[in-house]
Design a protein around this ligand. Structure first.
Ligand SMILES: [Zn+2]
Ligand SMILES: [Zn+2]
Length: 263
């Protein structure tokens, strides 16, 4: 386990403690089982992706840097300027990739594992099917090469990304006015709650991960009272789709049209 993984576990644990001591929604059923299932899914993903993924990614970074491949390697600028550009490029890309996952039925099959969660807490940030993780990792390699993103840039981006993704999935109680203020810059818990709504037009909104600007800029920003949102997908709320085995099998269950998944 490297120092970044340890940092990730520390951040996750701090947010988990915060949402248990200061919860936004006070009651939801089977909290420990919910944490357990999402964490087991994530651990299996880690094992599948683990070393082979890291090995390939590091080699792509070396190839990009040594051969000065990609947009950011075509001009001179300080580390900070290039890190900011890489951050913006990667965050915009993450927004579009997420949006594409909602549009293409084949990709939605895997992404709906994240959306059939009947509750939202920090562990929802870990709930992804391994094939979705694999596909995005492969496409990210193309983005790294096309834009000449350096390993150091991606480490900075991923640290901020994971911190905010843990935060915006969490059940931490922050006041609605503070949430509204933060939302001018970053994706907040109340903003992302709308994305997990069982109503399809709300599921298809608020795709951003760190900067909320992308949703505002590309017309997918949605604001509503977070207290009355019901999470999940109407078609896949039964217990058989909530077990670890059910989550692995969910992409291969029919139908695959998002409209039908939302009831
Ligand atoms: Zn989504
Ligand atoms: Zn989410």
């Amino acid at each position: 386990m490297d120092k970044y993984q340890i940092l990730g576990i520390v951040l996750f644990t701090l947010i988990l403690l915060a949402e248990n001591f200061f919860p936004y929604r006070k009651h939801y059923k089977h909290r420990m089982r919910h944490y357990g299932r999402n964490t087991v899914l994530s651990a299996v993903n880690g094992l599948i992706m683990g070393l082979s993924g890291a090995y390939i990614t590091v080699h792509v970074f070396l190839w990009v840097a040594e051969n000065k491949i990609g947009m950011l390697n075509q001009f001179e600028a300080s580390f900070v300027i290039k890190a900011i550009l890489a951050f913006l490029i990667f965050d915009a890309w993450t927004y579009f990739w997420h949006r594409i996952n909602h549009v293409i039925p084949f990709l939605w099959r895997f992404h709906r594992v994240h959306h059939n969660d009947p509750a939202m807490d920090v562990s929802t940030a870990l709930r992804f099917h391994p094939i979705e993780i694999l596909l995005s990792a492969i496409i990210n390699l193309g983005i790294i090469a096309a834009f000449g993103i350096r390993l150091e840039h991606l480490i900075v981006y991923k640290l901020i990304f994971h911190t905010n993704v843990f935060f915006h999935h969490s059940n931490v109680a922050i006041s609605d006015s503070v949430d509204k203020m933060l939302r001018y810059i970053i994706v907040t818990p109340n903003m992302h709650k709308v994305h997990h709504s069982c109503k399809q037009e709300e599921t298809d909104s608020n795709f951003a991960s760190i900067l909320s600007w992308w949703d505002r800029l590309f017309g997918s920003y949605c604001e509503r009272d977070p207290k009355s949102i019901i999470f999940g997908l109407d078609s896949y709320m039964e217990e058989r789709w909530q077990t670890v085995k059910g989550l692995f099998k969910l992409p291969f269950a029919g139908p695959c049209k998002k409209k039908e998944d939302n009831g």
